[in-house]
Write a protein that binds this ligand. Structure first.
Ligand code: SAH
Ligand code: SF4
Ligand code: F3S
Length: 480
């Protein structure tokens, strides 16, 4: 698991290294030494709220905890409870506060229990103030910019008496090569960039994740190569707006060029990516996707609203017509493309007419799935100050109508593959013993009878029936 530094090389009695990665490996060794002194305090539970980028960063935290010697368990009676938080919508925050109440009671029974909070929610000043004042039992708090410093902060928490809080306002750093414990053996997310510069008026992400920074293509290719050596065949390249990848690098590289470099990694079979902002989706990318052998024919293209007026208020920098013509262009170049989207209902000032425009796009664009969200007011964003916040009852009613349209259309569109044979990557056993779940390149889920030895393998599956957001299928013949 140690990529660069072998633990023998680290002299913990020596000087603390200045270089970021070496410094963290130094602290990992210091934490190991502490752990050996009291191995009875030895379990942790890590919960991730939020998006795949958060998931990916949790893998680094898990990698460090495992390296120190802690054992991961799924229940919160663990000695150390860690939450990687999200604040994109209010209910993500409420979940964390709710669970903190329970943890407080548990900690009263077991004083040596440690509670750690990090991630997006911790970048908000009002949240940190609340934790500092009302949640004194939380032991360690850090944000999104200093996640790489976890080992060092953990060491301070374990050796001090006080609540440790370290929040940075921003960073231009990208620290590579920390240990990571992956969720799956055969597929993995790979962060290609951090932050966001788009400032959509409803969205808190640019405030909590900071300015857009791209990783060097060499570092990405190196990570993918290492993952493939380790058994991964499918990668998901992650960023808030992958279409603007590489623009700020010293030697700018386009996203399509990055895809080409990743595609050259031998042994890699599938490449996915998320998320594509419609305003930056280039013809170069469409052309590359059409000819590529590895990039999956699935595009997540969040539209947010179908009303040009609302899109302007949202600062999305495209309108309904541009979105629909983009969809048309993509379908022309890649006829079998599967499109998915995100939609917000109840943005301030949304009228019934605006809402009907959204329904109209859902009817026209042919999404396989749409993730639908009720607008959530986020303190500090321009939309939070807008007049005409929509009453809850109106939003809920629109949300229900949107959901039925999305489901109805989704079923119709997805069922286009019924009766075909698709290559499926076998993922996990479902709740039904003997029935496994896998995904087609279109990201559509398939349930079919299989055996555990096929996990992580590609098999041919005949899609017998479409059940809305998943298929029932029968295996035809294993491909490998
Ligand atoms: N960077 C991605 C989206 C990241 S957030 C993009 O621009 O496409 C994921 C989704 O959460 C967004 O697409 C949006 O639909 C939703 N979202 C973000 N802020 C929200 C808010 N304040 N209320 C409701 N939904 C929101
Ligand atoms: Fe938020 Fe917009 Fe950035 Fe996506 S592109 S993360 S919605 S500000
Ligand atoms: Fe949430 Fe942060 Fe992702 S706010 S959606 S975890 S970038």
């Amino acid at each position: 698991m140690f990529n660069r530094l072998e633990s023998e090389e680290i002299n913990i009695a020596g000087e603390i290294p200045k270089e970021d990665t070496a410094r963290q490996y130094f602290y990992i060794e210091k934490c190991k030494e502490l752990y050996r002194k009291d191995p009875s305090h030895n379990t942790y539970c890590l919960t991730t709220f939020g998006c795949q980028m958060n998931e990916k960063q949790s893998e680094v935290i898990a990698g460090i905890m495992d390296e120190i010697g802690y054992r991961r368990i799924e229940t919160e009676d663990a000695d150390i409870v860690i939450y990687n938080t999200c604040t994109v919508r209010e209910n993500a925050n409420l979940k964390v506060y709710g669970r903190l109440g329970l943890l407080h009671n548990m900690k009263k029974q077991k004083k040596e229990k440690k509670i750690i909070l990090f991630g997006c929610m911790m970048q908000e000043e009002h949240v940190v103030n609340k934790i500092r004042n009302d949640y004194r039992f939380v032991d360690l708090v850090f944000g999104t910019h200093n996640i790489y410093r976890f080992a060092e902060l953990f060491y301070h928490m374990m050796t001090g008496e006080q609540q440790v809080i370290e929040i940075w306002e921003g960073t231009d750093k990208i620290v590579e090569d920390l240990p990571a414990e992956r969720n799956y053996d055969f597929k993995s997310g790979v962060n290609i960039m951090f932050g966001c510069n788009n400032f959509c008026s409803y969205c808190i992400v640019p405030y909590v994740r900071g300015r857009e920074r791209s990783r060097e293509p060499e570092a990405i290719v190196e990570e993918v190569t290492r993952l493939v050596k380790d058994g991964v065949t499918e990668v998901m390249l992650l960023g808030q707006n992958v279409n603007s990848y590489g623009k700020t690098l010293e030697n700018p590289v386009s996203f399509a060029e990055l895809l080409e470099k990743v595609e050259a990694v031998q042994g890699l079979k599938r490449i996915r990516f998320m998320t594509s902002h419609p305003k930056d989706l280039s013809d170069e990318l469409i052309a590359y996707m059409a000819k590529s052998k590895k990039v999956c024919h699935h595009l997540h293209l969040p539209m947010q609203s179908g009303s040009s007026r609302i899109l302007k208020e949202m600062n999305r920098r495209y309108d309904k017509e541009k979105y629909l013509s983009l969809v048309e262009k993509i379908r022309k170049a890649i006829p079998d493309i599967s499109l998915t989207t995100d939609i917000i209902v109840g943005f301030p000032g949304e009228t019934e007419e605006d809402f009907l425009e959204t329904i109209d796009v859902v009817n026209k664009a042919g999404f396989d799935t749409a993730f639908t969200f009720i607008y959530s007011k986020r303190t500090g964003t321009p939309a939070a100050k807008m007049e005409n916040q929509i009453p809850e009852a109106v939003v809920k009613e629109r949300f229900q109508r949107l959901l039925s349209t999305v489901q109805e259309k989704g079923r119709e569109i997805s069922s286009r593959f019924v009766g075909t044979v698709q290559e499926v990557l076998v993922e996990t056993e479902s709740k039904d013993p003997g029935i496994f779940t896998g995904r087609t390149q279109y990201n559509l889920l398939v349930h079919f009878p299989a055996t555990p030895d096929l996990e992580g393998k590609y098999v041919n599956v005949h899609l017998d029936e479409c059940k809305g957001f998943y298929y029932l299928g029968t295996r035809v013949d294993p491909l490998q």
